[in-house]
Design a binder for this molecule. Structure first.
Ligand code: GLY
Ligand code: MN
Ligand code: MN
Length: 448
């Protein structure tokens, strides 16, 4: 936990965490009993070694572990849970003079666990019961796990129950997601400043991280920092050191992490072009209308279809297409410019689990025809946190394909050429579903 919020108000964080842990214990107990296990052993994960090297890849803790504890930097630790008992945290603390060993945590969440320091895996095994035949292990299996005698590794039905339950966030999780948005909004403000000062993509990335107070490996995903045409590459991974000859636009999709929870925020800026700035403003209004559709009971597929229609109208108004909005929807012309889903579940993972699951037992809810990239098809429950991220882009590959088809005749190619140097526009907020309403964590963070 890096933010000052937890330091400023440790009592409220410990109260929130205690209620969160009770909820996690309760749903885990229900899932264990429904699937015939007595105990859960969850691994934090371990970073792989590079080939022929003694360096590890950066450690990323596994989400099923961090739902129990915000311990994001203690690889090879375990949580062991038996319903009705205090959970046990086996903290991996190697006796090793090359590295700094983790210290026993003394913070807002640590009293909720019995904590045992383990120098190695053998010590962790020794701290667990001899008979683990009715224990379910969750995590990436490691070599000696076969000799531990666990009943099952990542059993499908248990995982389905636990994954499904992660969609609706506890008040602690929503508070952590708001903090992640506060950090992310700080990063975005600094990034915009670096852009206006004529920084390269690399400079803008450094400004983002410095303002968040996070190292690159502490970010929830690789930031997408795209100047000009780069904005048309959906997951643009380059950070150019060179500055472009001319600055047109910045599309930045970058989030921060707090207590293991991610923000996922996109903003688009015009450098000095008033017409592109007006398009961004109009797109921002469209995005806010979509955010307003987030509420308990909403079917995410309907919100996606609504975004598809709204972007179709936008493209017509912006004179990018000559087809009516109805025709653009019917012929999937809009997909040339908007080839992704309106958003996804957000939480411990940027693309959080269980988005297309039919119910706690498993199964799948179909995506709508013609929308193969939608990551969420469920109805929203109270506390579900989603991203709302409409976008449109001038993507060479999709434009070339469209030019060869009848729909190509409905594209205003001169307008496309005029707008191509700007790459595209995406605006992305993190939104909580509530009964009859929503909370926009990102807008709250930007105005705090
Ligand atoms: N940052 C990845 C996404 O928006 O889904
Ligand atoms: Mn994003
Ligand atoms: Mn996203």
């Amino acid at each position: 936990m890096t933010s000052t919020a937890a330091k400023q108000n440790p009592e409220s964080w410990s109260t929130l965490f205690a209620a969160h842990l009770e909820a996690v214990k309760k749903r885990s107990a229900v899932a264990l009993s429904a699937t015939g296990y007595d105990a859960l052993l969850v691994h934090a994960g371990t970073p792989p070694l590079l080939f022929q090297d003694d360096h590890h890849l950066p450690f990323k803790v596994q989400a099923p572990f961090k739902v129990w504890t915000p311990l994001t930097d203690a690889p090879d630790s375990f949580v062991y849970f038996v319903p009705g008992r205090k959970p046990l945290l086996l903290l991996h603390a190697p006796v090793d003079y090359w590295h700094k060993s983790p210290e026993l945590p003394r913070t807002y969440w640590s009293d909720a666990f019995d904590i045992v320091s383990c120098p190695d895996r053998a010590a962790a095994r020794g701290a667990l019961p001899k008979d683990m035949a009715r224990t379910a292990f969750i995590g990436e299996p490691f070599g000696e796990l076969v000799s531990w005698g666990v009943g099952s590794i990542n059993p499908e039905h248990l995982m389905a129950q636990l994954d499904y339950s992660r969609a609706a966030k506890t008040p602690y999780e929503v508070a952590a997601l708001l903090e992640a948005n506060v950090l992310g909004a700080r990063g975005h403000a600094a990034a915009e400043k670096a852009f206006r000062a004529g920084g390269s993509e690399f400079d803008i990335g450094l400004a983002f991280m410095a303002a968040c107070g996070l190292r690159e490996r502490e970010l929830p995903y690789n930031p997408i920092i795209a100047l000009n045409e780069g904005g048309a590459v959906l997951h643009y991974q380059v950070q150019m050191r060179e500055k472009p000859a001319r600055f047109h636009s910045l599309l930045i999709d970058a989030g921060a992490e707090f207590a293991g929870y991610a923000s996922d925020i996109t903003r688009t800026h015009s450098f000095d072009n008033a017409e592109f700035a007006a398009l961004i403003k109009r797109f921002d209004e469209l995005q806010l209308k979509l955010c307003a559709q987030v509420r308990v009971g909403a079917d995410w597929r309907d919100i996606h279809q609504s975004s598809y229609r709204a972007i179709s109208e936008f493209l017509r108004e912006a004179d990018v297409i000559s087809a009516s909005a109805d025709e653009a929807v019917d012929t999937a012309l809009t997909s040339v410019f908007y080839p992704h889903g309106i958003g996804h579940l957000l939480g411990l993972q940027v693309h959080d689990v269980g988005g297309r699951q039919r119910d706690p037992a498993g199964g799948e809810i179909e995506r709508p025809y013609n929308h193969p990239f939608l990551r969420l098809t469920r109805k929203l429950e109270d506390g579900c946190v989603v991203t709302v991220e409409p976008g449109f882009y001038f993507i060479d590959q999709l434009l070339a394909e469209a030019r060869a088809k009848p729909i190509g005749q409905k594209i205003n190619w001169a307008r496309v050429e005029q707008l191509k140097p700007f790459g595209g526009i995406r605006i992305e907020d993190n939104v909580v579903a509530r009964v009859g309403t929503h909370e926009n964590l990102t807008r709250m963070a930007f105005s705090s």
